[in-house]
Write a protein that binds this ligand. Structure first.
Ligand SMILES: NC(=O)c1ccc[n+]([C@@H]2O[C@H](COP(=O)([O-])OP(=O)(O)OC[C@H]3O[C@@H](n4cnc5c(N)ncnc54)[C@H](O)[C@@H]3O)[C@@H](O)[C@H]2O)c1
Length: 260
């Protein structure tokens, strides 16, 4: 797909981190970008910087996502590009003993479901509603109507201790990539997923420097955290390269996560 000012895009999670970097990279090509995020202040700031539009959206809500697409399409027209970066995580062991008193507990189901609802169901909700809109577009070169990029994680394949919910949600995103690409192949919409390793985003900002240094040292090569612009580069490559479809790609400096 040729990215220029004839193209509109929606980036979920675009107020921060990987999504913000992708929103900036798309806008640098002239693309009209709408940001879907919970974080109003940060989202509005990124939108203002790139001349885009901010939509306060919670990806777990049908009404909220519908209202977001309505606002984005009123401003820019039907999007040809969707990048799903909205996501979150938690860390709880499936079952464990408390250090203090040896009492036994398990992963609370509402906490498990919360991550699944945002990362997996939220991603699918945005894909389904965006693809339905893309079906109304005129096909371009090769009959292409749209391109979708999702964000999983290397935790989809090598999840660590405490990551049952996060890994399940991201494994779900990886698992649905090919069937969704197949669902949409007759309509000229491509779907790909990126599995980031350890990236330097606000998600990690709270971690103390020694922890960040240890994480960087654990990457085979290069020995540093991933840069959000590197994620954005791959997302744009997937969108611009017409033969890229139904694929899940790790972007991780060669890392394979240890149990902890
Ligand atoms: N940073 C990493 O190392 C890393 C590694 C692997 C995967 N990922 C994934 O990449 C994606 C982006 O992460 P990031 O590192 O940029 O984190 P981030 O926290 O900087 O950005 C995530 C954004 O998603 C938004 N969001 C969360 N829940 C939402 C909801 N219900 N509705 C709408 N927006 C919501 C947040 O407000 C935030 O702006 C996530 O899916 C994350 O799981 C990140």
């Amino acid at each position: 797909m040729k990215l220029d000012n004839n193209v509109a895009a929606v980036v979920t999670g675009g107020a921060s981190g990987l999504g913000a970097a992708t929103a900036r990279a798309l806008a640098a090509k002239g693309v009209k970008v709408a940001i879907f995020d919970l974080q109003k202040e940060k989202g509005e700031a990124v939108a203002a910087e790139i001349g885009g539009v901010f939509c306060e959206v919670n990806v777990t809500s049908d009404e909220s996502v519908d209202a977001g697409f309505a606002k984005a399409r009123a401003a820019h027209g039907q999007e040809r590009v969707l990048v799903n970066c909205a996501g979150t995580g938690n860390a709880v062991k499936t079952a464990s003993r408390a250090k203090e008193d040896g009492s036994i507990r398990h992963f609370p189901l509402e906490a498990f479901n919360w991550v699944i609802q945002i990362n997996l169901v939220g991603t699918f909700r945005c894909i389904a509603k965006s693809a339905a809109g893309m079906l109304t577009l005129e096909p371009q070169e090769d009959g292409e109507r749209g391109a979708i990029v999702n964000t999983a994680s290397v935790a989809a394949e090598d999840g660590q201790i405490g990551q049952a919910a996060y890994s399940a949600s991201k494994g779900g995103v990886v698992g649905m990539t090919l069937p969704i690409a197949r669902d949409l192949m007759g309509e000229g919409i491509r779907v790909n997923t990126i599995l980031p390793g350890i990236f330097d985003t606000p998600l990690l900002a709270a971690a103390p420097q020694p922890v960040k240094d240890a994480l960087a040292a654990s990457v085979p090569f290069p020995k540093r955290l991933g840069r959000p612009e590197e994620y954005a580069n791959l997302a744009l490559c997937m969108i611009e390269t017409g033969y890229f479809n139904g694929e899940d790609v790790r972007l991780d400096g060669g890392i394979r996560m240890a149990p902890r």
